[in-house]
Design a protein around this ligand. Structure first.
Ligand code: PGA
Length: 235
């Protein structure tokens, strides 16, 4: 793993946006895997600035998001679709038809998961997957447990995740209890991975990069991948 320690979220976001920009400059038809959450927000702002400054062109990229809550409409301001449009896609020249986010309102969740997985394959796989990390070590919504699921699937969110994400909702009861998430195999199939640890994630990043490799810390599986960069904020 290529491990980069930084002091601030600004530094993390500056370095992360340069890595993503390099991928787009190297291949304008890149397939990018995007994450939601507070961690990548400033990184996305930096990408918007690079687009506005004429440095980056997103017109030929394809995107796949890691996950989406089940049961939230696209118009719900807590859906990950809404987040991506607000925080990035509405401000760059990505083609709407090249944006892929799981449909959390699908009546047939299993069919939606299978179709999402096959769309990723049809696009030739993901060149660069951006990841945040949960305090419990989850990546996407692959929650800690005795086993991990390989492909895109419906995941039951743990108490720790419900609590962590309650800050975005009026109450914990409103946090959706399930989500569609890329599986651990989907993530590991990306050709390169960028894992971001925002302030407060130092302990779980340390467990990821130097503890045992275990499904109890899903991010630790990333140590088995040959092209992972970790940028995290250290105190
Ligand atoms: P955060 O979430 O970026 O809002 O901290 C990350 C995650 O839970 O994967």
């Amino acid at each position: 793993m290529n491990i980069i320690k930084v002091k601030t979220n600004e530094e993390l976001s500056a370095k992360a946006s340069v890595i993503i920009a390099s991928q787009v400059l190297k291949n304008k038809k890149s397939v990018l895997g995007f994450a939601t959450g507070s961690t990548p927000e400033l990184t996305y702002k930096n990408l918007i600035k690079m687009y506005q400054d004429g440095i980056l062109d997103f017109s030929s990229i394809t995107s796949f998001n890691l996950d989406e809550y089940c049961g939230l409409e696209k118009t719900n301001d807590q859906s990950y679709y809404y987040f991506m449009m607000e925080k990035l896609f509405n401000h760059i020249n990505i083609k709407p038809e090249n944006i892929n986010i799981p449909d959390g309102t699908s009546k047939d969740v299993n069919a939606e998961c299978a179709s999402y997985e096959s769309k990723i394959k049809q696009a030739g796989g993901i060149d660069l997957q951006i990841l945040g990390i949960g305090l419990n070590g989850h990546i996407g919504f692959n929650e800690p447990g005795k086993e991990l699921i390989y492909e895109t699937h419906q995941e039951i969110l743990t108490e720790s995740t419900l609590k962590a994400n309650a800050r975005f909702f009026k109450s914990m009861d409103e946090v959706p209890k399930t989500a569609i998430s890329m599986g651990i195999g989907t993530i590991m199939s990306a050709r390169s991975i960028l894992l971001l640890g925002s302030p407060g994630k130092e302990d779980i990043i340390n467990a990821t990069i130097s503890g045992v490799i275990t499904p109890e810390v899903p991010a630790s599986l990333l140590r088995l991948h040959s092209n992972v960069t970790v940028i995290y904020v250290c105190s």
